[in-house]
Write a protein that binds this ligand. Sequence first.
Ligand SMILES: *Cc1c(COP(=O)(O)O)cnc(C)c1O
Length: 214
Amino acid sequence: MYIANQLISIKSKLPKTVTLVAVSKTKPNADIQAAYNAGQRIFGENKVQELVKKEEELPKDIQWHMIGHLQRNKVKFIAPFVALIHAIDNLKLLQEIDKRAGQNNRKIDCLLQVHIAKEDTKFGFEIHEIKEVLLTTSSFKNISIIGLMGMATFTNDNNQIKEEFESLKTVFDSIKNDKLTTLSMGMSGDYKLAIEQDSTMVRVGSAIFGHRNK
Ligand SMILES: *Cc1c(COP(=O)(O)O)cnc(C)c1O
């Protein structure tokens, strides 16, 4: 019951406008099934191999989100089914997704990852690059860029997290339109701060499923 209770408790804290992605990486199918049985249909994974395996084994009406760094040579494995790719950080990756989506007669939704953290270990485009990237990508036929994604620095300093989310919200506000509607920011430790900055999609793992080993 732990997972169902956590899920329901978190959902009750989210505004109706915010989509919850349940991040199930490293967790067994039984845990995902427990969240599924409690009504959850959107799950996020960050490793292609694990995502593909879970997609095969679990109910077909799950919408699978790829939330992690994605290598070009692995796009082909998820192109047949992936519902949303969160962490686009270069144009060659988009080119590959466009090609593989076309081969599968699909149009794949994507988010551009924006580098907002002060740590330089996090991937993403710089804020000043976003408008140009959007112009460049408007020619891709088989992908839809539907918004932006970002990760704050891993820190206890709430002011810093807030500032980083604010910077992402500001870029998002400057580009959002009928097609660019999704702002993916917020994880277990900072989703409340993210919602205050108008996040529309939170990616919550450990607060639902419990801590991950390593
Ligand atoms: C693991 C992960 C999450 C969820 O992290 P939690 O702290 O467990 O909620 C969110 N987003 C990305 C990109 C992740 O890799």
